[in-house]
Write a protein that binds this ligand. Structure first.
Ligand SMILES: Cc1ncc(COP(=O)(O)O)c(C=O)c1O
Length: 338
């Protein structure tokens, strides 16, 4: 298998429009809360989640038994595969999508089938996925909105997948939920094959902390917990999440600003006559054509980081949106690079 080596080096101090992170950082209240809660003893003891789990469950509107805290969404993907998929079992993925589904499915020695997003529009290929699901399908991974296309699947579509795949674990990855507002969480009670994930890496601005939440019916969570290390979420991440969910205004303001920044980016791309795909997330997939890699390099030289995706979608670059000011800075350099 190919190693997964994201370009994470040398990003400090640059305009980070390359990893779909919160481009302004986490709520200041998270930093304050952490400062007040770190003592030598706090660091000496193994983590406990007795306070974090019920508080986070209440925030997300589920029972504590329906929530598994994970070391980022990445661990959620791994634990789902370890729990439900044996060597040679069929796993359905979409292409292109978040790289770690394929990564962990390969580690699990699964038989991977990939369904391509629709050519031209990059819309979710619902009919094609439904047709691909069969009695041998053990797991299906769907990101909505999807990275890097920015396109999503409706709740109705999610229900059709769940109904079509009663013998499979269907993980709906909602890493960018806050930017689109569509969630499968209300379906949990009706579908024992549904798993939903959320992350603190994106809108919450805590990617370095590595915290994710995996939701499912209590019986599934009990199985998943057996396949997980008891301490995989570090104590500071659990503390930081409690502070983060209390500052709802900070998140609401950031989402509002990012959506305004996304609209501004799309207007600027229209003005520059550059094609892009309509997005429901905090990034836009832009079609620069044959000069995609050169434009990424020119922007990098100017201190602006964007993510080349031309290896999977020829001519395409993914641009994260944060604030309108950052988009104005990006477009000024972009006009020079064109
Ligand atoms: C669809 C999707 N899921 C999950 C993640 C990563 O989440 P985490 O940092 O929680 O592991 C990403 C990050 O790019 C993503 O695009």
């Amino acid at each position: 298998m190919a190693p997964y080596s994201p370009p994470t080096a040398g990003r400090a101090g640059k305009l980070r429009l390359d990893f779909n992170e919160n481009t302004t950082g986490c709520s200041p209240r998270v930093i304050e809360f952490l400062r007040g809660h770190i003592s030598a003893e706090d660091l000496a003891v193994y983590p406990e989640y007795g306070e974090a789990r019920p508080e986070l469950a209440a925030f997300f509107g589920v029972r504590p038994e329906e929530l598994l805290l994970t070391n980022g969404t990445d661990e959620a993907i791994q634990v789902v595969l370890n729990t439900y998929v044996d060597d040679g079992d069929e796993v359905l993925l979409l292409r292109p999508s978040y790289a770690m589904y394929r990564f962990y499915a390969e580690v699990a020695a699964a038989r991977i089938r990939e369904i391509p997003y629709r050519a031209e529009t990059l819309e979710f290929p619902l009919e094609e996925l439904l047709a691909a699901i069969g009695p041998a399908t053990r797991a299906v991974f769907v990101a909505t909105p999807n990275n890097p296309t920015g396109t999503g699947v409706s709740l109705d579509g999610v229900e059709k997948i769940l109904a079509q795949a009663p013998g499979a674990a269907v993980m709906i990855d909602e890493a960018y939920y806050e930017f689109c507002g569509v969630t499968a969480l209300p379906l949990l009670a009706r579908y024992p094959n549904l798993l939903v994930s959320r992350t603190f890496s994106k809108v919450y601005g805590m990617a370095a902390m590595r915290l994710g939440c995996l939701f499912s019916q209590a019986a599934n969570i009990a199985y998943l917990r057996k396949a997980q290390s008891p301490y995989s979420v570090n104590a500071l991440a659990a503390l930081a999440a409690r502070a983060a969910i209390r500052d709802r205004d900070y998140i609401a303001r950031y989402v509002e600003e990012a959506l305004a920044a996304r609209a501004l980016l799309c207007r600027e791309l229209d003005r520059l006559k550059i094609r892009y795909y309509p997005s429901q997330a905090n990034f836009v997939l832009v079609h620069f054509g044959a000069r995609a890699i050169e434009i990424c390099d020119r922007l990098r030289e100017a201190g602006v980081l964007v993510r080349d995706r031309s290896y999977e979608l020829p001519g395409c670059v993914r641009i994260t949106v944060g604030t309108r000011e950052q988009i104005r800075c990006l477009t000024a350099f972009l006009e020079e690079a064109l």
